[in-house]
Design a protein around this ligand. Structure first.
Ligand code: AMP
Ligand code: SF4
Length: 510
């Protein structure tokens, strides 16, 4: 491998995203297109997936002779420049933007993960989170410190499998290894992998995280979300099915099915529709933007109120606010301005600066709000920190009444499948009733969209969703001992949090 990287290390300071915001799923991308500038296409694809992960970015490019990996902490625009891209010559590439769920936010854990020795050479990008990481590490007899994240563990298992097969199997080695290793994995995983000659996409049997297939001149594309196809001029072919793996190489594109058919049970993360995915994405064939507008319309029918103005919390609450305003015939207006240049990397070393950071992010339009009865629409409340501070600002700006409407049910249960929301004790709705939340936020009324209405709003009723964070009904057993640094800690129970110990399948206490 050629590896290029800077010298970043984990930031000592507290970052807004690390302390106050939950983190979301990662973004993955892959392209096989001889004759096309694959590194540039991957750069554009990752740019379009930046919202899914902002801690690190990277890509692996093959010219048939070697696989070159470039990865670094930071945003896609910080990691790559024209000079770097110009050196990445090849005909296939994979890339990843990362938010950490298992494994801390360090250069070592940036992706793609790479393995290269003897006849083994491949790279892997992962979106999701495994729930049997510790069990797999123990079964494989890995010593502490051998691997640092669930994705690293998968790479290690694949490499071991490839090393144990004869060298003359090179070429098909990665696919054979996947057939052995994938059935052992439990949890959420949309993978893109590459060796020198091919790219491979895999979706877990529940399809918890999205992955789609696109076509470009003389090639194929894999991406977490459809906008990454749009930006490079590719067209959508279809979603990769839950439990499907696709191999793309010189012979074209073909599927194989590494999982037991009984395990295949579509459970796309419902929060992809509510919050994660870009509004211009399509999931289950439905427009995410239109689904969000419908959520607002349904919310207005479910929880009407007399008011002068409907406003959305930028950016995620805006489509639902449009829907609420349209259905209720209350005028829609912009009441908050968002600073577009403040990302989750904004550094706030002290608690008082962290409080100020919400104001840095959102500022009320006093003229619009003063003396008005306002309906404020957002997609979710997770910990309540941002929402409470935002309501306080609206009150200060003169709002006469504030009616909060949320386009999803109360977020009560931790996610183990790729969103790091922290433990139950940090989730507002796990600890307070809706009326107590109303009081805590200091709003006049508060309503959350019902689950059945939310699912109807997606336009994909019956397609299969995970809604565990809203219902406690986990589609897969959840880990009894999942901590973010479980593979990095010598004794993982040291940092064990009792709050993650409370749940098992279907939310039963254990
Ligand atoms: P809070 O009041 O601190 O719980 O923040 C609520 C805001 O967090 C809402 O505007 C949501 O759009 C946003 N949000 C929901 N899920 C996530 C997530 N996974 N990562 C970052 N922000 C999120
Ligand atoms: Fe998505 Fe919630 Fe399920 Fe996690 S628990 S995959 S956020 S629906």
């Amino acid at each position: 491998m050629n590896a290029m990287a800077g010298n970043s290390s984990a930031d000592e300071n507290t970052k807004i995203g690390e302390d106050d915001s939950p983190r979301e799923a990662c973004g993955v991308f892959g392209v096989y297109a001889p004759g096309q500038p694959v590194a540039h296409l991957t750069y554009l694809g990752l740019y379009a997936l930046q919202h899914r992960g902002q801690e690190s970015a990277g890509m692996a490019v093959s010219n048939g002779d070697s696989l070159t990996v470039v990865k670094e902490m930071g945003l896609v625009s910080n990691v790559f420049n024209e000079q770097t891209l110009a050196t990445l010559d090849g005909y296939l590439a994979i890339g990843q933007t990362r938010y950490s769920t298992t494994g801390s936010s360090t250069w070592r854990n940036a992706q793609p993960v790479y393995r290269g020795f003897n006849h083994v050479e491949f790279a892997l990008g992962h979106n999701g989170n495994l729930v049997n990481t510790e069990e797999l590490a123990a079964q494989s007899g890995m010593l502490p410190g051998t691997v640092a994240s669930d994705s690293d563990l998968v790479a290690e298992l694949l490499a071991n499998e490839m090393l144990s097969s004869p060298e003359d199997e090179q070429g098909s080695g990665l696919e054979n290894a996947l057939c052995e290793v994938l059935p052992r994995l439990k949890g959420a995983f949309s993978f893109v992998l590459s060796d020198r000659d091919q790219i491979i996409g895999v979706r877990d049997p529940n399809g918890l995280r999205p992955l789609c297939l696109g076509r470009i001149d003389n090639g194929w594309v894999l991406a977490s979300e459809t906008p990454a196809l749009d930006v490079i001029g590719a067209h959508m072919v279809r979603e990769i099915s839950p439990g499907e793996a696709v191999v793309i190489n010189n012979d074209g594109c073909r599927s194989f099915w590494p999982f037991d058919a009984d395990l295949i049970d579509p459970k796309l993360c419902l929060f992809e529709f509510v919050y994660f995915a870009r509004p211009d994405a399509f999931l289950y064939g439905q427009s995410v933007h239109h689904a969000r507008v419908r959520m607002g319309e349904f919310l207005s029918k479910q929880a009407p109120v007399e008011a002068d103005l409907v406003m959305g919390v930028p950016e995620s609450g805006i489509p639902a606010a449009e829907g609420y305003a349209r259905e209720s015939c209350i005028p829609y207006g912009q009441g908050l301005v968002k600073n577009r240049y403040i990302g989750r990397t904004f550094i706030a070393p002290t608690q008082s600066m962290r409080a100020a950071a919400v104001r840095m992010k959102l500022n009320p339009l006093r003229d619009t709000i003063d003396g008005q009865r306002i309906v404020v629409v957002d997609d979710s409340i997770v910990r309540g920190t941002t929402t409470r501070a935002m309501i306080h600002m609206l009150r200060e700006a003169g709002a006469k009444e504030v009616h909060m409407r949320i386009s999803s049910p109360p977020y009560r249960w931790p996610c183990f499948y790729g969103m790091d929301t922290g433990s139950r004790s940090e989730l507002l709705a796990a600890n307070l009733t809706v009326d107590e939340i109303r009081e805590y936020l200091n709003v006049d009324t508060l309503s959350y969209l019902d689950l059945n209405r939310l699912i109807e709003a997606t336009g994909a009723v019956g397609a299969g969703f995970c809604s565990a964070c809203l219902t406690g009904e986990y589609p897969l057993d959840v880990p009894v001992n999942l901590t973010k640094q479980l593979l990095e800690s010598q004794n993982s129970t040291d940092s064990f949090d009792n709050n993650t110990h409370l749940f098992s399948k279907k939310g039963e206490g254990v």
